[in-house]
Write a new protein. Sequence first.
Length: 323
Amino acid sequence: MSSFPSTRLRRLRRTGVLRSLVRETELSLDDVLMPLFVVPGQGIVRPLAGLPGIVQYSVDELCREAAGLQRLGIPGILLFGLPEEKDDVGSGAYADDGIVQRALRALRREVPGLLLLTDVCLCEYTAHGHCGVIRDGDVDNDPTLDLLARTAVSHAAAGADIVCPSDMMDGRIAALRRGLDGAGHPGIPIVSYAAKYASAFYGPFREAAESTPAFGDRRSYQLDPANVREALRECALDLEEGADVLMVKPALPYLDVIRAVRDRFDAPVWAYNVSGEYAMVKSAAAGGWIDERQAALETLVGIKRAGAEVILTYWAKELAAWL
Ligand code: PBG
């Protein structure tokens, strides 16, 4: 073992070219997906206070934006929809002419080749804002499964390439797989938000998706932030039920979870760099306390270094300019 002075690690850090030759983790536009919010109406581009730079689009504007993202080289988008009306059973989530279904048909036609992913959940569609149907003041697991499966099937029928269940009900991956296969969509992959935590970092998203629970919180279905072994059990079950990809969410406070999932399983591992993680950097940058580009690149490379192959991030579009 040689040590100082024969070993000098600074030798390989001397110039940018050298640093790039020995770089272990590379950020690429091929590995990011952009979340987008779609709302009813026409000609709507509505900024969101909590998510600077992110807006709600009507379907026509969404198609324009998606085409622009495709030209920039972003491989795909993750769609969230806000329905005209909400009810107790989230009917808008699985309606044939629901907002996401309409968006998918338009995108399929106008932006061919762009990968279309959908978030499968009821919380944007229920009047109470929870991710399933309510009984005795809590989300009732089993009756919710059928509604989630119907949602996934209707997304696939409208042109989704990949469905991403984010509800955290037990048994949902099996329910979705059965539903998709039964409806003639055996080729549609399921990206499971397998390790999804009950997190404060979803704050700005809930404004964007208008999905704040009207009572209580999501701790009876999302993971406790203190647990990693339980997250691994969720992942193992989801793989057994037929998940194609495992996702960890949020990303930054859970880098150890990403690493643990990467080391334990051979399936692809993705991470969701959520709204609060983005908003923190944005607001610090707006205050002049942090360099947004550097902080964002450091955040994203950190998530990759932890073991995520693909990152869902609100920075995807800006990344195209930065890289
Ligand atoms: C819906 C859902 C949420 C997010 C993605 N899908 C919010 C939640 O569970 O309350 C959060 C995304 C973000 O914060 O960027 N179930």
